[in-house]
Design a protein around this ligand. Structure first.
Ligand SMILES: Cc1cc2nc3c(=O)[nH]c(=O)nc-3n(C[C@H](O)[C@H](O)[C@H](O)COP(=O)(O)O)c2cc1C
Length: 198
């Protein structure tokens, strides 16, 4: 099946999986609080170990006092396009969790994995709501922890930028080429029935 954006899936899937991608051309439009809460609400329903829900989302909306603080955490290459998004997010995950039968919290094996699932839900909901979410590791992790007062029991995971994508048809040709969604490794390379085969 083929998406209008040129991506092809080898097996039938919901079109949203092909439509979601990570653009770098954004309009600068601000986001309503209702849309933002819908996007975070979807992330809230991700599965997690012991339902520990270790994800926390710190965010700054454009045209608010914290925007520049968040934007300045990004490497210059990411700042260049993220400045035109609507919301910047730092996703962190809680390293310890409470589990039934244990009096003191234990270290979670999967806090980062759980946060990754929440990011995936967020990205798909953003797409369904007419926005686009773009993840980044290109930001200053140490400065993020300090400047955003993140406690030691949390791992800084990724930065996210959520914004309204510029329709590719409205971009000049050189930028249009850069906004072409990429493909994927063949599924036969990714899956194996049974043992890992060398
Ligand atoms: C954890 C993570 C970190 C990423 N870091 C960056 C980044 O710093 N800058 C950037 O432009 N894109 C970044 N990306 C976007 C990836 O390059 C992109 O997701 C990947 O090429 C697949 O393309 P797609 O999201 O359009 O399907 C990151 C994505 C993830 C999931």
């Amino acid at each position: 099946m083929q998406s209008p954006n040129g991506r092809t899936a080898d097996h039938p899937i919901n079109p949203i999986f092909l439509e979601r991608f990570s653009p770098r051309a954004f309009t600068g439009e601000a986001m309503s609080e209702a849309d933002l809460l819908t996007i975070f609400e979807a992330a809230r329903w991700a599965p997690s170990s012991y339902n520990s829900q270790p994800w926390r989302f710190l965010y700054a909306r454009r045209d608010t006092p914290m925007w520049d603080t968040f934007l300045n955490l990004l490497v210059p290459g990411n700042q260049g396009w993220a400045k035109d998004t609507a919301v910047l997010v730092i996703l962190i995950s809680k390293i310890s969790m409470s589990v039934p039968g244990k009096e003191i919290p234990i270290q979670s094996y999967s806090h980062s994995l759980d946060a990754g699932a929440a990011w995936g839900y967020l990205a798909l909901q953003a797409q369904m709501s007419g926005w686009a979410a773009h993840a980044m590791v290109g930001f200053d992790l140490d400065r993020t922890a300090i400047e955003l007062d993140i406690p030691a029991d949390y791992r800084v995971e990724i930065a996210l930028a959520i914004g309204r994508q510029v329709p590719p048809a409205e971009l000049p040709d050189d930028k249009k080429a850069k906004e072409k969604p990429n493909g994927r490794t063949p599924i036969a390379t990714l899956i194996r029935e049974g043992k890992f085969a060398k």
